[in-house]
Structure formats: structure tokens, C-alpha cells
Design a protein around this ligand. Structure first.
Ligand SMILES: [Mn+2]
Length: 300
């Protein structure tokens, strides 16, 4: 079903073509160009997908600060337990800060991510807030020195699921902003707004917009479009991020985000034949961060 209401800007720009057509066209293109993974054996391979850290300049507009210690605890756990780490876009908040400021402000989490990379257990995607990583020259100049070994940052991966010799289909993994108006087609305008207006408001007020957008219309629309896309691709599940709303629903998964205002982070685990919607929760009184499984089901 199409939404009956669309913002005036998109009615002006595209009077006759539906949002669904734009979204499907973009995602089909992403699918076509996606990297194809080595087989992922659902019974012995383990993967954690985390996204939307939004690492900024270590100031009031830096959404990641409250979740940083939770994130470090979680990464240590997954490093120790043999998981491959997928960082699914918007790891750096480059709408607000420049690359060197962001990277030098977050050496601790980057150093832990490097441990995964040095062990060939690291996959990095670019999202709309760290879109500059789609350009290899930027990666080479700024991230290569931190990650030591050559690093490719991809837009999308088709994760090939297998059980021994049996082919079990695939999951298309990508950040999920593609084909949206505010984050893709009009991203240049959105970036200016966030950099020059919203960031200033945050510096003064310390407001956060990451934890409380759960039912806003673009998010519900993005989820509906993702489900509609998977309905047309029965061999392919879809795993995205971007909306900051974690979920596993039918053939659509979302990793949520790593910058909730209360220090929680969410993610998706693929391990022991299961897909799990998990969160690591920060307990400020005990200082402990603990893992919680909110939902799990068999991958196939
Ligand atoms: Mn995003």
C-alpha cells in the first residue's frame, strides 16, 4: 500500500512517480552491484552486525558518546567469541564533523575494530552519514593508517547462506538509505541542515534525535518498502540499518543503532543457526553492560 500523504517537496519534484518505484529502482541497482560473499555456514560461522555509531567530534552533538563504553564492551565480547564484525554504515558522523576530527576523537573503538580487521573478521559498509567512504581515495588517506591492512568499504553484500553443501539463499546487506528522498536524492540539502542548524541547536541544548524517532513516518515507510521489496525477491532476505529501529520481521532485518541516548546499543547476531535481535544495555548504577536477546529465530 502506498502512503496517502507525501511531503510537499516530493510532490513538487516528482509528481507522478511513486516512492516505491524510486526505492525499488535504487535497491535493485544496489543488489546488482553488491559484492558476493564467501559461503556463510549457518551452523559454524558467526556474525554480528552493528551500525549507526554516528561517531562525531566528542562534543554535545556527538551521539555516540553515551554508548561508547557499551560498544567497547560488546566488541570485546564478539572479538573473544570468534564473531565477524559488520559495521553497517553511518559509523562516522561526517555531516557534522570532518574526517580527521572524528577519527582522532574515537581512537578506542577504532582500535578494537582494527583487531577484527587484522584477523580478517571485519566488513565495513558506507552509509549516508559517512558517504565519503565510497571514495577509495578518502579511505586510503584516512582509514588505511588506522586499519593497517588494506580496507575496502562496500555499499552492499549478498551474504550466501549454506548448510554444508546446501545452498540456503542469501541476505542482501546494505545501509538502507538508497532510494529515499531525504537521505539519498536530497542528501546534499539534509547535510547542510544538520551541519549548520541542527548541530548548533545540539551544542546548546544537548538534545538527541536518535532514540525517540521510533514511530515517525519516514521510518515506517522505509520498513514497509523494505518488506515489499523482499516480497518480490523470495530468495533474498534484506538486512539494513539507517532507521535506528531494530527488528526482525519475516524476511526483513534491521540492526538498529549504536547511539541510543541511554547508552544502549542494538544489533543483529547470526550464529548457531539463529538470527537474533540483541541489545547491550548500560546499567549506570552498577557500571555493567549486559547483553539481551530480544527476539530470535532459525535463519532458515
Ligand atoms: Mn543512515
Amino acid at each position: 500500500m502506498q502512503s496517502t500523504w507525501t511531503p510537499p517537496i516530493s510532490r513538487l519534484v516528482i509528481p507522478s512517480i511513486s516512492r516505491q518505484a524510486f526505492y525499488f529502482a535504487a535497491l535493485n541497482q544496489v543488489y546488482k552491484q553488491a559484492k558476493i560473499s564467501a559461503p556463510f555456514n549457518i551452523n559454524c560461522d558467526k556474525m554480528i552486525i552493528l551500525s549507526d555509531q554516528h561517531r562525531g567530534g566528542r562534543n554535545n552533538a556527538d551521539e555516540f558518546l553515551r554508548s561508547e563504553s557499551t560498544y567497547l564492551t560488546a566488541l570485546k565480547h564478539y572479538l573473544e567469541h570468534g564473531y565477524t564484525l559488520m559495521v553497517l554504515g553511518d559509523a562516522e558522523e561526517l555531516w557534522k564533523t570532518n574526517i580527521p576530527t572524528t577519527l582522532s576523537a574515537h581512537q578506542a573503538s577504532l582500535a578494537l575494530e582494527r583487531e577484527f580487521h587484522l584477523d580478517d573478521r571485519y566488513v565495513r559498509f558506507w552509509g549516508n552519514h559517512d558517504w565519503l567512504w565510497q571514495f577509495p581515495a578518502h579511505v586510503q588517506r584516512w582509514l588505511q593508517p588506522i586499519f593497517v591492512k588494506p580496507l575496502n568499504i562496500i555499499e552492499a553484500l549478498r551474504l550466501k547462506l549454506v548448510d554444508g553443501a546446501h545452498d540456503l539463499g542469501e541476505i542482501l546487506i546494505t545501509h538502507g538509505h538508497q532510494g529515499t528522498f531525504d537521505s539519498d536524492y536530497c542528501a546534499a540539502i539534509s547535510r547542510q541542515f544538520v551541519r549548520h542548524i541542527w548541530q548548533r541547536i545540539q551544542h546548546i541544548t544537548k538534545w538527541s534525535a536518535t532514540g525517540n524517532m521510533n514511530l515517525c513516518m519516514p521510518i515506517l515507510r522505509a520498513e514497509r518498502l523494505a518488506l515489499q521489496w523482499t516480497a518480490q525477491h523470495p530468495q533474498t532476505m534484506l538486512l539494513t540499518a539507517h532507521t535506528h529501529r531494530p527488528m526482525i520481521r519475516d524476511t526483513y532485518l534491521n540492526s538498529g543503532c549504536c547511539c541510543y541516548a541511554d547508552g544502549t546499543i542494538s544489533g543483529i547476531e547470526l550464529a548457531e543457526g539463529e538470527m537474533r535481535q540483541i541489545a547491550w544495555v548500560n546499567n549506570p548504577t552498577s557500571g555493567l553492560q549486559t547483553r539481551h536477546v530480544y527476539f530470535s529465530k532459525n535463519i532458515i
